[in-house]
Write a protein that binds this ligand. Structure first.
Ligand SMILES: *Cc1c(COP(=O)(O)O)cnc(C)c1O
Length: 385
């Protein structure tokens, strides 16, 4: 076992992983098995059935927990399965306070699935000081934050949220998908639980869908493991292996994502057809100071508004050649999308308008290609829009 004192890039490659005891294989084997032979009833080696526990998944959980600085981790078949499992910690009648421009699928799960089961949700702008306190009710049991938010890249002060929740014994959850533990470690700011869609930066190669949850609270971890097994939204051994393989390069990828995103943000800021460029790394970001305080880097996501609204946006998105017009984010390849039509179509139009997701609003996931090719591509596509 690699000691926790090791640094991030070492943990990404080694934590949770031992050479295979039977062969010495350096890579964690893909344990494609559903069951495990017991010497006698109840006499097993820690593995009984693969929904409950699988060695490839165990390695992944150990590695990702180490990266978040957490004592415990649980992997899931998708980010949404991880979210679903955390909400099962609650009881009917409980109230959840959630970031207003939360990931579209999270909003849909809360609003269309769990509301029917007797939970209530308040979607509010947690980037504004005082909003959280004003929204608390005696039934509030969970606060769900995303920072930076998706897609408007607002920031939430994690230390503040942690303090307010701890004082009232409310569970705080941070969806850390947009930054990855390389740039932000919410548990260090007093947040109880971190959640990831590993589909994005953690795996980083756009070849699998997965989720992850981490905490250092042992009692909470035991409840999460119970639910992970009871609800059953677990990843396959093959998917666990792919994420474990992808995460080894997380540090080098994130550094490059950030470097490229900064240059793209600067290019767009100087372009006549691109207005309102939002990137936490720009001094013009309204919460740039908070970004510097709670993040170790600014990530690879940015947004801007194209002049000319929907017709211009359509032309522009058809004209890009290196950027792929696609949903999702966080892979090595650059993606570009139109939230109002694509990722945030499930958010009601009036809510989108209130959030500032206009018809000219465009979101970029800046990949790790040569940044000059990315800038050239945006320049030629803007010229056609
Ligand atoms: C993608 C995403 C999710 C959901 O994860 P899936 O793996 O697609 O189920 C949750 N939160 C954020 C911020 C995401 O980007």
């Amino acid at each position: 076992m690699v000691p926790d004192a090791m640094r991030f890039d070492t943990l990404a490659i080694h934590a949770g992983q031992e050479p295979d005891p039977t062969t010495g294989a350096i890579m964690t084997p893909v344990y494609l098995t559903s069951t495990y032979v017991q010497a006698g009833p109840g006499e097993h080696k820690g593995y009984e059935y693969s929904r409950t526990k699988n060695p490839t998944r165990t390695a992944l959980e150990g590695c990702l927990a180490a990266l978040e600085g957490a004592r415990f981790g649980a992997a899931f078949a998708s980010g949404c399965a991880a979210t679903d499992t955390l909400i099962h910690l609650l009881d009917s009648g409980d109230h959840v306070i959630c970031s207003d421009d939360v990931y579209g699928g999270t909003f849909r799960l809360f609003d269309k699935v769990f509301k029917r089961l007797g939970l209530s949700f308040s979607f509010v702008d947690l980037s504004k000081p005082g909003t959280l306190e004003a929204t608390l009710t005696p039934r509030t049991r969970m606060v769900w934050v995303e920072t930076p938010t998706n897609p408007t890249l607002k920031l939430v002060d994690l230390t503040r949220v942690g303090e307010i929740c701890r004082a009232r014994k409310i569970l705080s959850v941070c969806d850390n998908t947009f930054l990855s533990p390389y740039f932000q470690r919410p548990l260090e700011h007093g947040i109880d639980v971190v959640l990831h869609s590993t589909t994005k930066y953690i795996n980083g190669h756009s070849d699998t869908v997965g989720g992850f949850v981490a905490t250092s609270n042992e009692e909470l971890a035991q409840r999460i493991y119970f639910l992970q097994n009871a609800v059953g939204g677990v990843p396959s051994a093959m998917d666990s292996f792919l994420v474990l393989r992808g995460v080894k390069t997380l540090g080098v990828r994130m550094a490059r994502h950030e470097q490229n995103a900064m240059k793209v943000a600067e290019f767009l800021s100087g372009h006549a057809k691109a207005g309102h460029v939002v990137y936490p790394g720009l001094a013009s970001h309204p919460q740039h100071a908070l970004a510097r305080k709670q993040m170790k880097g600014f990530g690879g996501m940015l947004t801007f508004e194209i002049q000319g609204g929907l017709p211009a946006a359509r032309k522009f998105l058809k004209a890009v050649k290196v950027f792929a017009c696609a949903e999702s984010l966080g892979g090595v390849e650059s993606l570009i999308e139109h939230p109002a039509i694509m990722t945030h179509a499930s958010v009601p139009p009036e809510t989108r308008a209130a959030l500032g997701i206009s018809d000219g609003f465009i979101r970029l996931s800046v990949g790790i290609e040569d940044v000059q090719d990315l800038i050239d591509d945006l320049a030629q596509a803007l010229a056609q829009a």
